[in-house]
Structures are given as C-alpha cells and as structure tokens.
Ligand binder design. Structure first.
Ligand SMILES: Cc1ncc(COP(=O)(O)O)c(C=O)c1O
Length: 461
C-alpha cells in the first residue's frame, strides 16, 4: 500500500533520536534559549509576582500536551526560554535568599553527560563504570571526615537526615531524637516518617544548641538517644559547639549525628576546617554539595565512619542483585540507597573534585566566606541598617534600623514582586531579619553595596 502523504506542518512520526550524537545540534538551541530568557528577564528573578509569571508561562506554553508535537527545536526554544525568563537565577548576585547555589558550568556539563548516558545505580549491569566511580568518590569524600569511612549519595540533606535516623533506629530498635531548636525541619519529619517518638527539642536561644539544656535533656532521657547537631544552620549558618556536644554525648551514652548539609565543605579549607572540629565523633554526617559545593541539584551525601554502618540497608531483589550474581562478584548496589532507579549524581561531583582539586574547592569556600564578612562590614558601616551577628559561614542577617517585623517582611516581598532581589527571612532574637545567603564566589564588593542600595530603596521612610 502506498504511504499516505503527510499533512503539511506535521512533524515526522519517526521516533525522536537518542544518544550523544543526536544531542549535539540541540545544545546550541538550548544555550541560545537560556541566553534569550535571561536577557528577557533582565534581573535576578521575573517581575510581577506569581500572577504575572503564571500569565507569561501560560501564554508561552499554550497547550501543555498538544495532539501534534511541535518538534524538538521549537519545544526546546519555547520552554527553555520560558523557564530562563521566569527563573530565580542563583548566579545573579542579587539572588541570595536560600542555600540555592550557582552551579559550576563544568558540573552542569558533566550532568548533561550523565543524562545522555543514563546509567542507573540500582544494579551493576546498568552502570558498570558509574558504580565503580561512585565507590571511589564516596570513599574519598568520607575520608575527609574519617580514614576508612564511606558515604551514600542522596538526593540532599533531607534524605541524608532520614537515612541517619533510620540507621540509628536499626542499631537500637528504636531511638529518641534530641535536636536543637535550630535544627533543619527534615529531622523531625524523618522521626515522624519512621514512627519514632516525638523529638526532644533543645533550646538554641543564641542560634546554637544550648549545652546546659542538652546536658539536662540527656540526663532525663533513658532510651537510646541520637543527638542531631548542626554545622551551618539554615537560618544563620551558625555552627553548634561540636566538641562540647560530642563530649556530652559520650558522657550520657548518646550517639551523635551532625547535619553539615551547609557547613560540611568547610572541611576542604585549611582556613575554615577548624570550625568542624568535633565532627569526627559523629556516627553520621550529612553533607550537601548542591549548597556550598556548587553542584546542580542533586548532590547530597550521608557519610559514616565505617562502611559496616550501612549494613542495615542491605536488601535483595532477584532481578537486581541475585545471591548467585553477588557471589560471582557482581557488585551489589541495592543497599546503597532506599531508592531503586538512581541517576549518577556522582559524575558531576567526580568531575568537580578532579577539575578543581581540594585547593580549588577550598579557594571557592574561602572566597565565599570572605564575601559574607565583607557584606557584614558594609551593613555595620551603614547608618540605617543593623547587623544580627558576624557571619559564621556565608549567611548575613540584617534589618533596617527601627523597622517593624511587618516592614521587614514587606521589604522582602516588594523586592520579590518587583523582580529586584531575592532575600530570605529568618527569626532571631525574637525579631524578623532579612537574610542574605551568599553562595556566589564571583560576587564583588560592588554587587554587595548595590544589593544594600536596593534594600534601602524599598525601605519605608
Ligand atoms: C541544615 C540543613 N539540613 C538539611 C537541609 C535539607 O537539604 P535538601 O534541601 O538538600 O534536602 C537543609 C536545606 O537547606 C539545611 O539547611
């Protein structure tokens, strides 16, 4: 039967191409769309707030799932440009609300390769080299904390904290979590998810866990306890007094988990490593390289001092890690995550570690910490701004002198709606503060001064 002629404008019904060679011509399309979207945005985030963004996205997308496709080039151009135009761009120095990092180009390029190859780390026959690379890199990173340690790659601090609590529960049958009032919300959520007793919250009135209150709490608690300390709090970047907390844990027979999702990369820096002293006493450490490690999401790790600590995660599914395959020497990957299909996030991490080395990463950490100190200086020198405290890592809390909490919240929202700056908010000292989480090592002192001018411009007189 002769083929029926195709209607004009209908895209070829052949399956779209796959594989790296088909990717090459699309890269230029994507890069152009990223550039055009950023130019159209013209600032750190889109102006007009959620309604205006929804209107622009709706108009650009039209029908999200059309009957007939528009083809790769049109779809990439339209949607990548739309996403870029409506992005909060962490590479813009005025985008400083969250632990939302500007990703290194080399890490993004590596992630593209990971997508193109698509290994899945749930069985060796889907990821032969990726499995080995992950084993090498996780051991190398864990060795920064303990010789002979190991680490799991996770989707981020939330999953790492969950796994830490799960491993503690498996060691003891049940475990009582004791956490600072400054701890990340994912810890109490993990306790809820795992059916553990309600966590005991230890006050942290000055931003770090109060030692006398922890001592008292541990004296009162008699079941197995896991104390969760934080190295780099979400609100202010404060680092809990880890040596003293570790000593209290040892005295009371409690175990220690350190959530170093933010502060963990200080370990790479000769200048700042000492802030993590005491962390070596932990049973587990959360570390996120998609924060102070400049990786595209996701690049989380849970590190442990001894690979045997991970044994409770062992699990068998005949189609992935049959006993006879394991006995025959095929690496068993299923026990390295609670996930099954798992992307090779390790590739971008491996490329970054190799390309920059420890000294290169340390230089980025040092520069970013120095930037926060400069920003704090500028706030202190400013006649109409108050600084909460000198930054411990790269977070600076500040507020206009004499402003009410409502005014502080209003400034943040006005800057967001006008698309002029993305600042966070944090409560400290019973008051609401503007929060600048600086993660872009390329930001200049001039950029920081400009950011303060922008805040000044939105401050009610
Ligand atoms: C201290 C801390 N722990 C854990 C997390 C959770 O990390 P993720 O968002 O990667 O799950 C965060 C996130 O900001 C954090 O600040």
């Amino acid at each position: 039967m002769p083929a029926s002629p195709r209607a004009p404008g209908v895209v070829s019904p052949r399956a779209p191409a796959t594989g790296p060679s088909a990717l090459h011509p699309l890269l230029g399309v994507v890069l152009d769309a990223l550039r055009d979207g950023a130019v159209a945005r013209g600032g750190p985030l889109p102006h007009g707030g959620p309604e205006a963004v929804a209107v622009r996205v709706g108009a650009a997308v039209g029908e999200a799932f059309p009957l007939r496709g528009t083809g790769a080039e049109e779809a990439l151009t339209t949607l990548v440009r739309t996403l870029a135009e409506g992005a909060a761009d962490p590479a813009d120095p005025r985008c400083a609300a969250h632990l939302h990092t500007p990703p290194l180009a080399l890490a993004a390029a590596a992630d593209l390769a990971a997508c193109a190859l698509n290994p899945s780390l749930d069985s060796w026959d889907q990821a032969p080299a990726a499995a080995e690379l992950e084993a090498l890199v996780t051991r190398a990173l864990a060795a920064e904390f303990w010789p002979g340690g190991d680490a799991l790659v996770t989707s981020g601090g939330t999953e790492s904290n969950q796994l830490a609590l799960l491993l503690a529960r498996e060691r003891h049958g049940s475990v009582q979590l004791a956490q600072g009032a400054n701890a990340h919300h994912s810890l109490s959520r993990a306790a809820w998810l795992l059916g553990l007793p309600e966590p005991v919250t230890v006050p942290a009135p000055s931003g770090t866990l109060d030692l006398a209150a922890l001592d008292e709490a541990l004296t009162d608690l008699h079941r197995p306890v896991l104390v969760a300390a934080t190295a780099g709090t979400t609100d202010s970047g404060a680092v809990d007094p880890l040596p003293e907390i570790a000593a209290l844990c040892a005295r009371h027979g409690a175990e220690l988990h350190v959530d170093a999702a933010y502060g963990g990369p200080l370990i790479f820096s000769d200048t700042h490593r000492a802030k993590l002293r005491g962390l070596e006493h932990a049973q587990s450490v959360t570390l996120d390289l998609h924060k102070l490690g400049w990786q595209p999401v996701a690049a989380g790790l849970l590190a442990v001092p001894d690979p045997a600590r991970l044994a409770p995660l062992a699990h068998t599914a005949d189609y992935l890690n049959a006993d006879d395959d394991t006995e025959a020497g095929l690496p068993d990957l299923l026990g390295r995550s609670l996930r099954t299909t798992r992307r090779p996030d390790v590739l971008k991490i491996a490329v970054t570690l190799r390309a920059l080395g420890r000294t290169g990463l340390a230089a980025l950490v040092d520069r970013t910490v120095a930037l926060a100190r400069t920003f704090a200086d500028l706030v202190e020198e400013h006649p109409h701004l108050d600084l909460y405290e000198r930054p411990a890592i790269s977070t600076v809390l500040f507020r206009p002198t004499g402003a009410t909490d409502d005014e502080v919240a209003g400034i943040r929202r006005a800057l967001l709606t006008e698309g002029r700056a993305v600042l966070g908010r944090a409560r400290a000292d019973g008051r609401l503060w503007l929060k600048a989480t600086l993660l872009n090592p390329h930001t200049t002192t001039g950029d920081l001064a400009q950011l303060l001018k922008t805040v000044e411009g939105s401050t009610p007189r």
